[in-house]
Ligand binder design. Structure first.
Ligand code: NAP
Length: 500
């Protein structure tokens, strides 16, 4: 690693008051050292609720990314040669430290991302659960012995770490999208270079600090902040990187898949979604309405698996729309740090423009605004809050029916038959999550099997959990994260043909 000016090493911001006295880590982590950019360039991190700059992180580039890959590469053999139990102990310790610091981490997340504090606390617990699961699951990464075709031969199948893994994550779940990759990668014996989203780097750096405290060896986890393209290009140009694990938009995922082809990387892509939410006539209406609110409005609708379009059977359409509208009107919009707030700000102005353009498009094509459809002014705050919105009479031409709105907008359409609901639900380029509500057991299995999605919530709008194989089909991605399947993404299979 090249020498760095001492003044840039171990740089800390002065925004301690924002996280209850704990100094914010704003430097990048390379080979166990906190480093700055060679030329002192930084990037502002802004609170989306207030537009205040809460910190400045280091803007590293291609040279530092190569240093990080170098550190990960050099740490690899030693890490891979530890036992799964030793790795598991360190991974679980990181989870414990995250839970110990849940209040500080949640507050930090709300400050940089905007989600309500209660949701941020929930995300820290959820993020830690991936580490706990992987810490145990690494111990079960077994090989095989296959009967050979010759009496003097044995065939042994080994599972070995893929190697240096590039982890690139989005802003909407700043902690969980990291640990969902980090846990199985480390458990399988890989070392990593993490590039968090530019909007939410502080949560990633805080996890890096806790990883150091947990005793995870230098170089096993490296975290680089800075502009995406030079960092990404340096990762993809370096043949020592063997794997890309990306969560983000389909558009960027597709572009990175192309770049990853240069060195034929193993890839896991967790991309965009457009979840249908179907309510049949025989559904438990209380459950369906509660689930619709939770599924749609969590994180202000900025969630890859949140419901994007609602299909409600004719017999209960009016009842569902009116009950859903009442529930939506009761949601409280405001700064995520304020008590009782359920809907925080959108992440940035581009997000607001997208939501408004989708509403404008829907109403111009005959959509009926039942609730919301406008910005909400929050005193002393940025103009970035949007009212939870219900649009009835959605049609297939509307943007809300085809593209991720990524905002608090629930468009609803009426359907008549089960086959119509399935056809309309599957009419999407995406295939991440789908939901439906029914009390008919035969229909439940039929519909679950017919939906072209990687995740199906049957009478359940909260399917995400550490032990399940999360992931999409079609343009929603490749591979699975979570559960034992996640281990496959970070291990290579090698067989030894052994002549006795
Ligand atoms: P995004 O724009 O695709 O960015 C995701 C990450 O890719 C960010 O870290 C971004 O960096 C980075 N990136 C962009 N261009 C790059 C390049 N040339 N080289 C290397 N990295 C590059 O997505 P987002 O807006 O952050 O997140 C929202 C999207 O993520 C939605 O589509 C959502 O559905 C999806 N998502 C999917 C899942 C899932 O599990 N399927 C989960 C959460 C979110 P910068 O931030 O620095 O630009």
């Amino acid at each position: 690693m090249r020498h760095r000016p001492p003044a840039l090493v171990d740089t800390h911001s002065s925004f301690r008051h924002l996280t209850k006295g704990h100094r914010l880590q704003t430097s990048s982590l390379i080979g166990g050292k906190w480093v700055g950019s060679a030329d002192g360039t930084t990037l502002a991190v802004t609170n989306p609720a207030t537009d205040e700059v809460i910190a400045r992180v280091q803007a590293l580039g291609a040279a530092e990314t190569r240093d990080a890959v170098d550190a990960a590469y050099r740490a690899g053999p030693r890490w891979a040669s530890t036992t799964a139990a030793e790795r598991g102990t360190l991974i679980a310790r990181l989870a414990t430290l995250m839970r110990r610091d849940v209040e500080r981490l949640a507050r930090l997340m709300t400050l940089e991302q905007g989600k309500p504090l209660a949701e941020a606390r929930g995300e820290i617990g959820y993020a830690a659960s991936f580490l706990d699961w992987a810490a145990e699951e690494g111990k079960r990464l077994k090989g095989e012995i296959i009967p050979a075709s010759a009496a003097d031969k044995r065939i042994l199948v080994l599972r070995q770490p893929v190697g240096v893994t590039a982890i690139i994550t989005p802003w909407n779940f700043p902690a969980a999208m990291i640990t969902r990759k980090l846990g199985p990668a480390l458990a399988a014996g890989c070392t990593v270079v993490i590039k968090p989203a530019e909007d939410t780097p502080l949560s990633a750096l805080a996890i890096g600090e806790l990883a150091c405290e947990a005793g995870i060896p230098d170089g096993v986890i490296n975290i680089i902040t800075g502009k995406a393209a030079p960092i990404g290009d340096a990762m993809f140009d370096d043949p020592r990187v063997r794997k890309l694990s990306f969560t983000g938009s389909t558009e960027v995922g597709r572009m990175l898949m192309g770049k990853a082809s240069k060195n034929l990387l193993r890839i896991s892509l967790e991309l965009g979604g457009h979840a249908p939410f179907i309510v049949f006539d025989d559904a438990d209406m209380d459950r369906a309405v509660d689930a619709a609110v939770a599924c749609k409005f969590r994180n202000a609708g900025q969630t890859c698996i949140c419901a994007n379009r609602f299909y409600v059977q004719a017999g209960v359409y009016d009842e569902f729309v009116s009950r859903f509208a009442v529930a939506i009107e009761g949601l409280r919009v405001g700064d995520g740090l304020s008590d009782g707030v359920q809907i925080g700000p959108l992440i940035n102005d581009a997000a607001m423009e997208k939501v408004e353009s989708h509403i404008q498009n829907a109403t111009s094509l005959g959509g009926r605004l039942v609730v919301g459809g406008k910005r909400v002014r929050v005193d002393g705050h940025a103009d970035r809050f949007y009212a939870p919105t219900l649009v009835a009479e959605m049609t297939p031409e509307m943007l809300v029916c085809r593209e991720e709105t990524f905002g608090p907008v629930a468009p609803v359409a009426k359907f008549n038959s089960e086959s119509e609901a399935i056809t309309r639900a599957n009419d999407s380029e995406f295939g991440l999550a789908a939901y439906f509500f029914t009390r008919d057991a035969s229909r439940l299995m039929r519909v679950a099997e017919s939906l072209e999605y990687g995740i199906v919530g049957a009478n359940d709008a909260a399917p995400s959990t550490a032990q399940a194989p999360f992931g999409g089909v079609k343009h929603s991605g490749l591979g699975r994260e979570g559960g034992s399947h996640a281990m496959d993404e970070y291990s290579e299979i090698k067989y030894v043909s052994w002549r006795l």
